[in-house]
Write a protein that binds this ligand. Sequence first.
Ligand code: AHR
Length: 501
Amino acid sequence: MKARVSVHRDFKIADIDDRIYSAFLEHLGRAVYGGIYEPGHATADKNDFRTDVLGMVRDLRLPLVRYPGGNFVSAYNWEDGIGPREQRPVRLDYAWRTRETNAVGTDEFADWCKAAGTEMMLAVNLGSRDLDAARALLEYCNHPSGTYWSDLRIKNGHREPHNVRVWCLGNEMDGPWQVGHKTAYEYGRIANETAKAMRAYDQKLELIVCGSSHSQMPTYPDWEATVLDQCHDAVDHVSLHMYFENYEQDYLNFMAKSLVMDRYIETVSGVIDYVKAKKRSRHNVYISFDEWNVWYHNRRADHDAFTTWDWPAAPPLLEDVYNFEDVLLCGCLLNTFIRRADRVKIACIAQLVNVIAPIMTETGGRAWKQTTYYPLYYASLYGRGESLGVAVDVPKYDAKAADDVPYLDVAAVRNDAHTVTFFMVNRHPDEALAVDIDLAGFTPTGIAEHVTMDDPDLQATNTANAPDRVVPKRGQGVAVRDGALRGDLPPRSYHVLRVSV
Ligand code: AHR
């Protein structure tokens, strides 16, 4: 099968906002306790952060990490997580029916972000609480000194403000499962008032309002229209979430699901444009896709566990083990963010450690990279610069999730004056793709690097005992010939192709 790909030097979609390579960390399962934080662990630093995990996180070069939830945040009292540890209350977490010790809170997370080379993206609780708790947290984090909240932060050991720039106004407020779930109108009003109060402190904050929890929600996409009708000019981004599953073990249908995400982005972009026009506004609202991932491997078992268990502290929960097939879909999802760089300015893989995560640990033991670590790693490393428009001429197929799914998925990034990077996934189950890539306006001089992932076994996974079962390797077979790139991409394969120009 043949694929013809064309990019043009002058056909730029947008500058890529590096923050599309961000992540999410919730107080959930072993994400925090036993994940990033573990007193007594052989690799723990002076703050009890696991340095084995920190090393893997740092390598991902994450611009932001969203925290502390997720569903958890909607019944969270942030004040429980500050001050002397021995005085912090133990609380019940209503979202996941677990016990929260509060040993880690906002200040510890700030310290961890520094160590991880990333920035905090905080969510405020608009479920069980309101704008007063939000503005107090903002003042605690960002005000230099001389007020009740800022002096309390200093007393708690943090003289310098945390200076958090990006804030989520609640989490998934359209979901009936959310503590303090609201109608679109109720939430839009509260989001607007909270945004106004936070902006009264600092005009330049970036504020994210909750969009739909996924595109199958009964209120989608009216939710976005009604919410934005209340708060369009007060916010900067609409938050979208989407998770993908392959319960039916239908490979081609699973691989079509990045088109579902693309349609979701397109529809919500349209709603944003509609509200902007209706309001005769010049203000731009973008998309923060702050939860995305594959999530199903352990989902049914988790659901049975957490709906029946007796409030344990940091139990294993949502510990999906990812396989090679998930690498291919994650590659397509990341490509979608690159191609939608004009609309999507933030995206967070959900989550980061142990909980539906690219990094896994044993409490008291080893840490390793799941298969899905790698597409995120390469997108973050080489996916920065300008997103270029890509024309792809390749046969397509129809699936239950979407029609007209191209067998080849491509995103192109002009990194700098000398390099263009192509991220490609051959979706075809059993045919190689003979690609012919035309770089109009560029003179390709050679392949600077070709990384590939392919595996005869779609179900292959990495585990503590076999952490390198599914890893990237050097690609071959693509070369510059007659001014174009030509070569074969094996069936079911992921590629990072860096071209010198
Ligand atoms: O990431 C797991 C959960 O998925 C989050 O807590 C919630 O926001 C979403 O439903």
